[in-house]
Design a protein around this ligand. Structure first.
Ligand code: PEP
Ligand code: MG
Length: 608
């Protein structure tokens, strides 16, 4: 990722375009490494969903039930939203959604859509668009304010139904072996597309630590984000080269370029293979200081990667991704238990750190309550403490799984000590209930806090008294400390996770952990920024947790440094005035030590 942030590229967030002959080069932020060569698939959300398509006789037969299914799912969403709104904001606010629910099931609307489908032999998305837009226009033109306001609700319903219709539609329409080009994608889109076998993706929006980028890395799909207007410059079928290491997209490359990139792709694959020779070796500095290397996991499918890339445990299991994949707000306790047990068994004797659901932010579920500023809103522990019906089954499932190997629980988006206290009360209740039922579990399971909001880093001494471990989440710590939205491409250049202020926060946290004698790890994407590794070790971070594929390269850096060097770099960085200065100093150190990771940092001139 360009900018200061993570592992790859040092091209300082250059976003733009150059032209040579027929081929065009577009630049963005390298979000997930790898190289893909193939045709483009332009994923234009709106037009795709409501585009008119004449159906075959067979399709026409299924279309009414597809529509019914989308309405049913929308109904389920709305019921959830009504529940949550009633809980949080009271009955008055819930009334809006109750009205939407009634409109959704309005007989006249419903049957008009069905009639439109059969009479015009078209897709449900188009029928919904035509019928609802007509009704909406009537409402918008009304003299009554009440009716004019309801027009927005109708738009909401239309969007909701179309979104559900889209889910199934995308899968049948998208071509495998293509590079998806889109304005923006969600983590859920990424999962859907990867199942279809796409080669990679390029987007107008998004930042290096937005969850779509994290998912692309987890899925092993090259991605370039923050390209600003890639959707205007690429057509479906254009030949593309996507370089997720340098953050480039080449449109309609000439043969010579394709040849060069095939070589680069092979070289990257070879390098990854070579890196694997480091897997059996210890993550230890030259002077014998051991560092823990653990994995960040999002998907069950990644479990085999732990052994493949030499992870000693799971430092962060983002459990909320399970829900995003399912597209529902709750997975039953038993379903969760089955998954968690498998993960714990496979990771043992290493530990598994389950982060309880970090819902909200950019990990919005389709049924989530809409907020103007979700990253500063109802997110992580705030949701869980308000909704014990979501938290309790998850805690029960984790506790039951804890019998099968070392397990830890990590709390997301902690800001205040009172949250730990409230969590503790719920947790005690859950443990007591399990005991009464005679269900066995590990009663000494450690509870940790994410250090991802400045208040926790600033009060680290007090927090260290009430939790068993810290995990520093630099992705959020950076956005909350520097006031830079991690997913907003307009400010991506300001997202500097090597900013001296972030390093100060890390230092403060580590020192508090040392004083209280509790472990401290770092699981933000900063751990994958190879130039940052010596400083993090020097600051005293004991364990780094990252996507498995990055672990060997991180280990290479650790094995090439001494702890004393790390400390010296950390001291210098802490007194630096800017991230740019810190980055230059660290790059110089890497150059002097010829560690052989320049390709991964996109600093390798001979690489194309
Ligand atoms: C973080 O904020 O650094 C983190 C690891 O959590 P997430 O990226 O899921 O917000
Ligand atoms: Mg976070």
């Amino acid at each position: 990722m360009n900018n200061s942030s993570t592992s790859i590229s040092s091209s300082d967030g250059v976003v733009g375009e150059t032209e040579a002959g027929e081929e065009r080069r577009l630049f963005g932020i390298d979000a997930a490494p790898g190289i893909a060569i193939g045709p483009a698939y332009l994923y234009a959300k709106v037009s795709f969903d409501v585009q008119r398509r004449v159906l075959t006789a067979e399709e026409l037969q299924n279309e009414p039930s597809r529509f019914e299914e989308a309405v049913r799912r929308s109904e389920r969403d709305l019921n959830k939203i009504i529940d949550v709104t009633r809980d949080k904001l009271g009955e008055d606010s819930a009334v809006i959604f109750e009205a939407q629910l009634l409109m959704l099931r309005d007989d006249a609307l419903y049957s008009s859509v069905l009639t439109y489908i059969t009479e015009h032999e078209v897709n449900a998305g188009y029928a919904v668009h035509k019928v609802m837009s007509k009704h909406r226009k009537v409402m918008e033109a009304s003299d009554t304010e009440y009716l004019r306001e309801r027009a927005t609700d109708l738009q909401d319903i239309q969007d909701r139904i179309v979104r559900h219709l889209r889910r199934g539609q995308i899968l049948s329409a998208i071509d495998p072996e293509t590079i998806v080009v889109a304005e923006s994608l969600t983590a859920a889109d990424m999962i859907l597309f990867s199942r279809k076998g796409i080669l990679g993706c390029a987007t107008d929006f998004g930042g290096p630590t937005s969850h779509v980028s994290i998912m692309a890395r987890a899925l092993g799909l090259p991605a370039v984000v923050s390209m600003h207007s890639v959707t205007e410059k690429v057509e479906t079928g254009d030949m593309l080269i996507l370089d997720g290491i340098s953050g480039e997209l080449i449109v309609n490359p000439v043969d010579e370029t394709i040849k060069r990139y095939r070589t680069r792709k092979e070289r990257y694959a070879r390098l990854l293979q070579e890196e694997k020779q480091l897997v059996p070796l210890a993550a230890e500095t030259i002077d014998g200081h051991r560092v823990g290397l653990e994995a960040n996991l999002e998907l069950r499918e990644e479990i085999p990667l732990l052994k493949e890339y030499g992870a000693e445990g799971i430092g962060l299991f983002r459990t909320e991704i399970l829900l995003l994949m399912e597209g529902r707000l709750a997975i039953s306790e038993d379903e969760q238990f089955t998954i968690y047990k498998k993960v714990v068994e496979n990771t043992a004797p290493g530990p598994t750190t389950f982060r309880v659901l970090d819902l909200g932010g950019d990990k919005l579920l389709p049924m989530a309550h809409r907020e103007h500023n979700p990253f500063l809103g109802w997110r992580g522990i705030r949701v869980l403490l308000d909704k014990p019906d979501i938290l309790v089954p998850q805690l029960r499932a984790i506790l039951r799984a804890s019998l099968f190997g070392p397990t830890r629980i990590l709390l997301p988006m902690i800001t205040s000590l009172s949250e730990i206290e409230s969590f503790g009360e719920i947790f005690e209740g859950v443990k007591n209930k399990l005991k009464t039922e005679g269900t066995a579990f590990d009663s000494s399971i450690p509870i940790g806090a994410m250090v991802e909001v400045p208040s926790v880093a600033l009060m680290a001494d007090q927090f260290a008294e009430v939790v068993d471990f810290f995990s520093i989440g630099t992705n959020d710590l950076t956005q909350y400390t520097l006031a830079v939205d991690r997913g907003n491409d307009l400010v991506a250049k300001l997202y500097e996770d090597l900013h001296p202020a972030i390093l100060q926060m890390i230092k403060r946290t580590v020192e508090a952990a040392e004083r209280a004698d509790i472990p401290v790890s770092l699981c933000g994407e900063l751990a994958t920024n190879l130039r940052a590794v010596p400083v993090l070790i020097g600051l005293g971070v004991q364990t780094l947790s990252a996507s498995p594929v990055y672990l060997p390269a991180i280990k290479r850096v650790i094995r090439a440094m001494t702890l004393a060097e790390g400390k010296e770099l950390a001291d210098q960085a802490l007194t630096s005035g800017s991230a740019v200065e810190i980055r230059q100093m660290l790059d110089q150190w890497l150059d002097e030590h010829a560690i052989g990771v320049s390709f991964f940092l996109n600093r390798d001139e001979s690489s194309t």
